[in-house]
Every structure is written in C-alpha cells, then in structure tokens.
Design a binder for this molecule. Structure first.
Ligand code: AN7
Length: 345
C-alpha cells in the first residue's frame, strides 16, 4: 500500500477519541480538525541536556494554540445544552479560540482580557472572529472572578478551563504522545491557570501511565512555586501572567502524584529558550511556551531519558516580542553592489 492513499479528511479530536470523551455519536460537534499535532525530535536540545527531547507543537492547532483542544469540547457541549452565548476571561489564547469556535457555532462570544497585556495576534484573532472584546483595567485573576459572577447572573456558558469539557478535550494530547512515542519519562509544560497540566495528567492517568510532570511558572507569576497567590503577577510571558490559578489543587495533585515538580524560570531564561528554539530547532513558539524548554535547560532532565516539552502556542501570536528579541533588518538600495555588500556583510 502506498503512503499517499487517501484516507479522507483529517478529523478533529472528538471524532478521533469519542470513546474516551463525554460525547455521544449523535451529539453536535463544533470542530476544525484540531489536535493530531506534530511531535518533533529536538536534536540541539537533546544534545544540550543529555536526554531524548521531543517537542509537541500545539501551535499547529487551528487558532495556533492548545486551547482549541478544550474549546472544541466546551463549545460543542454548549451547543448541545442550548447555549446562545459563551464567555471567558483570558490572557489571549483562550479568547482567540473561544471567538473562533463560537463564530463557527453561531454563538455570541464575549472575552475579557487584561488591558494592554495580551499579545497583538491574539487580540486580532478575537476581534476578527467577531467576539466582543472587553479590555479590563485589571489582571487575568480579576477578570476570572468577574466572569464567574457574571455567569451566575446570566445564561452564558463559561468556557475557561474551570469548565470540565476543556480538561476532557485537552487530555487528548497525552493520548497522542503515548501513541506517537510510547512511554515517556517526563513532560515539561508551562503553567498559568493550571488547566493544561491537569488535563495532561488526567490523560496519562486514564492510560495507566505516569510520566513525571515538570511544570514551569514565570518567576514573577509563580503562585504554585511560592505556595501562595501572587497579587500582582508580572512576566514578559503574558499568556502565563496569572497569580491565582483556578486549577491549583488539581495541578498540585499532578505534580505530587507523578513525582514531578513545579519550579520557576526567569523572563531572561524564557527568552533564551525562545530564541534557541527559533534559531536552532526551526520552531517559533510564543514566549510562554518556551517556559517548558527554559525549565528543562535550567534544571536538567533529573534522570528522565525521554522527555516531551509542550510548546503551547505559535510564535506568530506575539510578533512584538519577537521583533524585540530578534536582529534588525538591513536596509538596502536596489543596486547590485549595495545588495552584494548587504548580503555578504
Ligand atoms: C501559550 O488564554 O490562560 O496552565 O486565558 O496561552 O492551562 O493556563 C492561557 C494559558 C501556556 C498556560 N501557554 O496554560 C488564557 C490562558 C500558553 C497559554 C498557558 C497558556 P494553563
């Protein structure tokens, strides 16, 4: 049989894993063929840390982040339940994903984001997909408290990761890792609101697997590391600028239950990993995603031989940070001597 055989269009994760998700065959499915993302071997990282390191490219999802895994489930369930509107608080990616899936489902969508603190691409996405974008003069944690109050007053479906369907969808990333690589020893993952590490651990647990969960928070926003909420979280990694994670207990269960760890990485370590991935692995992720690799580089594999780092979002989400971190362009007159000098300099 040839490898070019046509197996039909790629399916989304609800269809792929329906037997392990809370959806029946007749339930409505709002999908854009999310999931089934690449796992790419990382030669330079493997060499640097002395272990086999793979990268799970969640930026390859339809809206450019892992949030689509949870959102296909949360929005499909909202449609099944007859919801007319969805809402979330967000540092950006949840907003972009909710807006896209709600648009596709014909639902209204509102997103509450911290004013001036979300990456440009994410803002553009939420607006383009037709969400009502509310810029809160406050941080993510305040936004989450307010949307929870709002949904208690109005029949609007909350699609933050406090929604159990989000966790169900996101756990499928563990299934994919197990199918593609077999058993792994450790998973390195950035931690913000702590939904994703909760979901990965649930997925591995359902498979009877227990890789060590190595979670990483930005040093200025590290409540789980400190053991106390952070009132004014700060970090260049705006996606994980979160001071009071909603899935606090579940995340700690994952770290303890897997003999893992939750540790911090500085902004400069995050940016070093971000640039290394782009330059030497050919992979452009957003700064928050690079926290997984920054943590591995700082703390080492700790005995793990085969490791997956989750790269949660695409680098194009945040062109501003990229341009600040990269070299500058070379201006040039349209003449061969000038071009030659510019190219060979
Ligand atoms: C790229 O979009 O919280 O620990 O509101 O966008 O499950 O919160 C985003 C989080 C990691 C952390 N990497 O995941 C939001 C939001 C990226 C992210 C995280 C986020 P969680």
């Amino acid at each position: 049989m040839s490898g070019s055989e046509n197996n039909g269009p790629r399916v989304g994760l609800i269809e792929r894993y329906r037997d392990r998700l809370p959806f029946g065959v007749d339930d409505p499915v709002v999908s854009m063929a999310e999931g089934s993302t690449p796992i790419v071997y990382a030669p330079t990282l493997s060499q640097r840390v002395g272990a086999e390191v793979h990268l799970k490219l969640e930026g390859a999802n339809p809206t450019g982040s892992f949030k689509d895994r949870g959102m296909t489930c949360a929005v499909s369930a909202a449609v099944r339940d007859g919801a007319q509107a969805v809402i979330c608080a967000s540092t950006g990616n949840t907003a972009a994903s909710a807006a896209a899936y709600a648009g596709r489902a014909g639902l209204r969508c509102a997103v509450i984001v911290p004013e001036g603190k979300i990456a440009t691409g994410k803002l553009a996405q939420a607006l383009m997909h037709g969400a009502r974008v509310i810029a809160l003069r406050g941080n993510f944690d305040e936004a989450l408290v307010l949307v929870r109050e709002l949904v208690a007053r109005h029949p609007i479906a909350l699609v933050n990761s406090v929604n159990p369907f989000r966790i169900e969808g996101q756990k499928t990333a563990s299934f994919e890792i197990a199918e593609d690589l077999g058993e792994i020893d450790a998973l390195c993952i950035p931690v913000g609101n702590a939904g994703n590490v909760t979901a990965y651990w649930k997925g591995f647990t359902e498979l009877g697997l227990a890789p060590r969960m190595f979670g990483f928070q930005a040093a200025g926003s590290a409540p789980l590391v400190n053991g106390a909420p952070v009132a004014k979280p700060e970090t260049i990694a705006s996606a994980i600028r979160i001071g009071n994670p909603a899935r606090w207990e579940e995340a700690m269960t994952a770290f303890v239950g897997s003999s893992g760890m939750v540790r911090e990485v500085t902004d400069s370590e995050i940016l070093d990993a971000y640039r290394h991935l782009a330059r030497h692995e050919g992979i452009f992720c957003e700064p928050s995603s690079a926290a997984s690799v920054a943590g591995l580089l700082r703390y080492g594999p700790d005995g793990a031989a085969r490791i997956v780092c989750v790269l949660t979002g695409h680098g194009l989400k945040d062109p501003q940070t990229a341009l600040e971190q990269a070299g500058s362009v070379v201006p040039c007159e349209p003449e061969i001597d000038a071009v030659e000098a510019a190219v060979l300099a």
